[in-house]
Design a protein around this ligand. Sequence first.
Ligand code: PGA
Length: 247
Amino acid sequence: MQLVTGNWKMNGLKSSLKEIESLVSGLRGRTRLPEILVCPPATLLQSLGPVIQGSPIKLGGQACHAKESGAHTGDISADMLKDAGASYVIVGHSERRTDHKETSSDVAAQAAAARRAGLSAIVCIGESEAQKNEGGTEQILAQQIQASVTADSLTPETAFAYEPIWAIGTGKTASLNDIDRTHSFIRARLEERFGLPGKTVRLLYGGSVKPSNAREILNLTSVDGVLVGGASLKADEFLAIIEGSRG
Ligand code: PGA
């Protein structure tokens, strides 16, 4: 089943719960849906619980600390996310790698913490514009796959998200050919690294996915879902993206 994920980033107040209410009513009665995941800021997880109850929407966190608890002011553990109603957590998003200097080994420790807490990780990888221009895309992706998660952190729901950094929030999307070629490369590396789980783990595309391009991206056989930032904030746009899924 494809996985359509909304990453709200640092957006959303209690007033945004109405977007999820609209999403829930927009989804009512629909069949052949993909798995649908919303990752709001952690402050909204708890209050979203009753809103999504009985709907196909699941909740995820956007990041977690590698430790279970302790003196880490401002951080959130995987157990806390689970306790607040999450079943997934995004790890290694490029904004965390940049803003918080998180390395691939930090990401691997966070993915392990997610597994211990009973969450499935969505592990983000992707090249910068400079790396792409230097022809270094495959090398950086191979390194990130090697170092960002260990085999014992995988669950049947674990997903990898290929997010070219130059496509995030820019309105620029990788071409369908490039997505397909890069996903095939990533899939081969995942199989090499993890064996059978590397064949079945879901591989999402992220970076300026919107209603106008979602259907053709989700139609690629190498794409098992999408990770959507900006366009997940509005129920009608996110719904249109969900409708583009193969289910
Ligand atoms: P975007 O963000 O859809 O706004 O480009 C995607 C992401 O960063 O997950």
